[in-house]
Design a protein around this ligand. Structure first.
Ligand code: GLY
Ligand code: MN
Ligand code: MN
Length: 429
């Protein structure tokens, strides 16, 4: 649980980068329409949440810095019995003032008038210009008129790069729940089921163990479906001799987990499946070993491509000299994506990969990234030995950079062939 003091500390850190005589405005997320008049469950904007911990919509956070004096102001929806009857309780200004350690709290209805007041003497405005909601168009217009503005999102995204111990605790909790979900589907008798039925088992565990939501739509991809990178239809039947790629992670107290395991429907890997699986796993383990402070993520990328390319040659999937294959990027056909990404409040945390000068950011203690090498071989790829066709394998863990090097926060999730097969058998003995 993240305490209000931590959000205040983040606001203090953020306010230090604001220049004098400036205003910064952050907006809560909007409800997203699902169809007609139904909406998706509400999820707060990650940057807004990072600085407030406030979960309601129609809210604004404002920093006003004039003559080196800082005011932090939160605008929240006012109490409204009728609206609350339909849409749920609101905290209201009074409670928000008690709970959130900001200087002033007002009703969101007052935002426009107050905004005009705040900007009277200011010379610079910070705003997230990706947010062009009609109702706050005046902020956008004002900034353009002032022609002295900066996008504030990158400033917060940068802060989000290094996780505090309480953030790591939330992520670890998300991973621990996710572990139970992955283990549950490994154990299940899957024959005769549909992909979405495994998805249901996973999501049942997420919610029943205390994670309100998934961090992203679960991918449950059997056989050749695994070769579609963002496969989310999950609507095919599970075939006995195939592998299932399951990329699923829950969100716990707004923090994501992001785990992929690839497991056999029958409980047992076939020989060709084993050969490919061992190859991807070996690359994943080797890359994780390289993670330490001051290492470049691009080095992990390059090394993973070399190792996978080598593996593809060894299995006869690619032919020719390693140097030429790598130069011509032939391996990209089978491993077209990155080795991993930052993770935190967003599954793909918006933290930057390069600094202001365009130089790559080196790994530092407290950063958290996924490591997810993969091999995808289409069922119709006639250049590949037949036994490997229609197989997609990805193995993904969540890794914290530590003083000693790294810690695999998802170490407890079954991953070796022996562990996966044993877990399946154990349930049947
Ligand atoms: N689950 C999305 C990803 O692995 O990046
Ligand atoms: Mn990922
Ligand atoms: Mn993933």
């Amino acid at each position: 649980m993240i305490e209000e003091g931590e959000y205040k500390k983040r606001r203090d850190t953020f306010s230090k980068v604001l220049q004098d005589n400036s205003v910064a405005v952050l907006l809560s997320a909007e409800f997203q329409t699902r169809s007609n008049d139904t909406e998706y469950p509400y999820r707060q904007n990650s940057n807004f949440y990072y600085l407030t911990g406030f979960k309601e919509d129609n809210a604004f956070l404002v920093f006003v810095k004039v003559k080196k004096k800082l005011r932090t102001i939160l605008f929240v929806q006012e109490k409204d019995e009728k609206m609350e009857l339909w849409n749920g309780k609101r905290l209201g200004e009074q409670k928000a003032k008690e709970l959130f350690m900001v200087d002033e709290v007002y009703s969101s209805k007052e935002f426009k008038t107050k905004f005009e007041e705040f900007v009277k003497d200011i010379k610079f405005i910070f705003y997230d210009f990706a947010e062009k909601y009609e109702k706050v168009k005046f902020i956008y217009t004002y900034a353009k008129q002032l022609s002295a503005y900066e996008n504030l999102a990158p400033l917060i995204n940068k802060m989000r790069l290094i996780k505090s111990s309480t953030e790591i605790d939330c992520i670890q909790k998300a991973i621990d729940i996710t572990q139970q979900a992955h283990h549950q589907v490994i154990c299940l008798n899957k024959i005769g089921k549909m992909e979405y039925q495994l998805q249901a088992e996973i999501e049942y565990i997420f919610k029943s163990k205390g994670a309100y939501s998934d961090a992203y739509i679960s991918i449950v991809a059997c056989g050749n479906s695994a070769n579609t990178l963002h496969y989310i239809s999950n609507d095919k039947s599970l075939e006995e001799n195939e592998l299932i790629l399951i990329d699923a992670g829950c969100e716990y107290q707004y923090y994501a987990s992001d785990i992929t395991r690839t497991i056999p429907v029958s409980g047992k890997f076939s020989e060709p499946q084993k050969e490919l699986y061992e190859m991807v796993l070996d690359v994943q383990l080797q890359i994780m070993q390289l993670i330490a402070p001051k290492i470049k993520r691009s080095y992990l990328q390059k090394r993973s491509e070399e190792l996978l390319c080598m593996g593809l040659v060894r299995l006869g999937i690619l032919k020719g000299s390693m140097r030429k294959l790598l130069k011509e990027k032939k391996h990209k056909k089978y491993y077209p994506h990155g080795i991993g990404h930052w993770m935190g409040l967003d599954v793909h945390d918006q933290a930057p990969y390069k600094d202001e000068k365009g130089k790559e950011i080196l790994l530092q203690v407290g950063m958290l990234l996924t490591i997810e090498p993969a091999i995808y071989i289409d069922k119709d790829d006639e250049t590949v030995p037949e036994k490997y066709r229609g197989i997609g394998i990805r193995i993904e863990d969540d890794i914290l950079v530590t003083q000693e090097g790294h810690k695999n926060l998802s170490q407890g999730i079954a991953k070796t062939i022996a562990q996966i097969e044993k877990l399946f058998d154990y349930e049947r003995d």
